[in-house]
Design a protein around this ligand. Structure first.
Ligand code: NDP
Ligand code: MG
Length: 335
């Protein structure tokens, strides 16, 4: 069993008199900065010169400066820039300004676990990884005063206080209200990559797309295929989230349940299991991380081409037309 901490285990006053520097003001950064600020913590935001987010942060009442200056002024530094730029931002601006005893924090273990960043032994290195997109986390905090769960991991405990700092930080961003699960950088990084590749992003989009194409190839109207294979998925997933597979199966028809129990593992068969093992092998060996970092270093040509192909796929074209007639979905189109 993992340790799960809540507000009673967290002491926000551990951050009294300290400055927390949030590097980056994107999905995670803006939510961390604003939630901490609303919790009464002294926050600064570090951004590169010319970042359009500088003005947003200032308009929200936050103090903004360069990454170097914010690092110098901060006792706790949360690195909330994209994983693939962390190595350069750390080397050029954070590391030269990092004082002994500082707490260097991450929202995902990627750069530390794979060794792209190697902080000196004189600092605490820890992770608070909220298990939700930043915008969702901020909305929860503002509208309902609740938090999203997060993971806590300590990679290096120079001061002996790393965990307490992490718990205080989790309280400040609202996560301690929901639950702080203790883990390691290795487990967080590898399970996170595996989850997004095999199920959440890669697995689910490939499954939807292949089913959609199968129906269309066999002459079914693409609009019907879209509703069956993509649109309805959310309602099924909501039931699964609420009560697991049992509740979903209780709610669908017996016909659907029989089809599920007899056909599901024909679609997702033992070949898929071995594919998943190979995907996990690449994650564990560091091959995926190395490939992704080289892709970024070499100008992301392959990534951008794949992204463009996916954005102009048939399921996207069909979906755009259908989402237009369902304004209650609050459709968002990315071209
Ligand atoms: P975003 O891409 O949303 O935001 C990145 C921010 O960093 C932006 O404000 C960007 O500036 C800024 N930035 C980019 N380059 C630099 C630089 N050289 N110097 C200073 N600032 C820079 O990132 P995310 O919030 O998605 O990711 C941040 C971290 O959080 C990652 O480690 C990620 O894995 C982790 N994470 C993300 C989750 C999510 O919900 N997205 C969930 C859990 C963890 P500008 O605003 O000008 O573009
Ligand atoms: Mg994840």
């Amino acid at each position: 069993m993992v340790n799960i901490y809540t507000e009673k285990d967290a002491n926000l006053s551990r951050l009294d008199g300290k400055t927390v520097g949030i590097i980056g003001y994107g999905s995670q950064g803006h939510a961390h900065a604003l939630n901490l600020y609303d919790s009464g913590v002294n926050v600064m935001v570090g951004l590169y010169e010319g970042s359009p987010s500088r003005e947003n942060a200032r308009n929200a009442g936050l103090t903004v400066d360069s990454v170097a200056e914010v690092t110098k002024a901060s006792d706790v530094i949360m690195v909330a820039v994209p994983d693939h730029v962390q190595k350069d931002v750390y080397r050029d601006e954070i590391q030269p300004n990092l004082g002994p005893g500082a707490a260097l924090m991450f929202a995902h273990g990627f750069t530390i676990h794979y060794g792209f960043v190697a902080p000196p032994p004189s600092v605490d290195v820890l992770m608070i990884a909220p298990k939700a997109p930043g915008h969702r986390m901020r909305e929860h905090f503002v509208q309902e005063g609740i938090g999203v769960p997060c993971l806590l991991a300590v990679h290096q405990d120079a001061t002996g206080n790393a965990k307490e700092i992490g718990l205080a930080y989790a309280a400040g961003i609202g996560c301690a209200k929901a639950g702080v699960l203790e883990t390691t950088f290795k487990d967080e990084t590898e399970s996170d990559l595996f989850g997004e590749q095999s199920v959440l992003c890669g697995g689910v989009t490939s499954l939807i797309n292949m089913a959609f194409e199968t129906l269309v190839e066999r002459g079914y109207p693409p609009e019907i295929a879209y509703f069956e294979c993509l649109h309805e998925l959310k309602m099924i997933v909501d039931l699964i989230q609420q009560g697991g597979f049992n509740y979903m199966r209780y709610s669908v028809s017996d016909t659907a349940e029989y089809g599920d129990l007899t056909r599901g593992n024909r679609v997702i068969d033992e070949n898929v299991r071995s594919n998943m093992h190979r995907v996990l092998d690449d994650i564990q060996s560091g091959a995926f991380a190395k490939e992704w970092m080289s892709e970024c270093d070499e100008g992301r040509h392959n990534f951008l081409r794949l992204r463009q192909e996916a954005r102009t796929s048939r399921i996207h074209e069909v979906g755009r037309g259908l989402r237009e007639i369902m304004p209650w979905l609050n459709p968002r189109e990315i071209e």
